[in-house]
Ligand binder design. Structure first.
Ligand code: PAN
Ligand code: ZN
Length: 191
């Protein structure tokens, strides 16, 4: 097998199932759950978040994966399911992250729901793209990304990114995002 590149494992092809109604990977081998208590420090209204934690600590989102080797050449992919809800006036959202290998991008294909992808760079650029069923969002290299569910049903996406990317959550914990998505007059406003 001298055609196998150094640093890129050879694996057998495989397939995965996605339940498009429930927005879940049906044969996942890893599931990450984030509840209200995992989201401390991210929402503007910390007291509202603590009330949610005390009131059953509801699920905010789940990420379903059948991971591949975290190496150059492989493509990691997942199904991300962000539930509908509010923390104070702020819509449920993901923690958000930069990729540890900053020069790696990502594609999100939205399968269900309504929301936004918020994106930011280290030097202060900001962007927001709508997410809705059938819409694709391209997250270029260097852009941190966070999804926000502004609808009444789960916001579900299929994500694909370089498998060696890694996730840097720490910088977002300290920097935050310049803008938030809030419900104002019953509709989402980015400010
Ligand atoms: C996605 C995210 C997923 C959850 O798969 O990991 O939506 O968001 P957080 O990772 O910010 O908690 C992705 O962007 N992977 O790179
Ligand atoms: Zn990512």
């Amino acid at each position: 097998m001298d055609y196998i590149a150094e640093g890129t494992s050879f694996i057998r092809p495989f397939s995965a199932g996605i339940d498009l109604v429930d927005g879940e990977m049906t044969d996942f081998t890893r599931k990450t759950e984030r509840r209200a208590s995992s989201m401390r420090g991210h929402y503007a209204d910390a007291a509202a978040l603590e009330r949610l934690v005390a009131d059953g600590d509801p699920l905010h989102y789940e990420v379903f994966e059948k991971p591949v080797p975290e190496e150059y050449g492989h493509l990691m992919y997942c199904v991300s399911k962000l539930l509908s809800g509010l923390v104070g006036d702020e819509y449920f959202m993901t923690k958000g992250h930069y990729h540890s290998v900053l020069r790696t991008g990502e594609i999100y294909l939205c399968l269900r729901g309504d929301g936004f992808m918020l994106m930011k760079t280290k030097d202060g650029k900001f962007a927001a793209e709508p997410m809705k069923r059938g819409g694709m969002v391209y997250v270029p290299p260097y852009w941190a990304h966070r999804s926000v569910n502004t609808g009444s049903e789960p916001l579900v996406s299929f994500c694909v990114y370089n498998a060696e990317a890694g996730h840097n959550y720490g910088d977002i914990e300290t920097e935050g995002f310049a803008r938030r998505v809030l419900r104002s007059g019953g509709v989402p406003v980015i400010r």
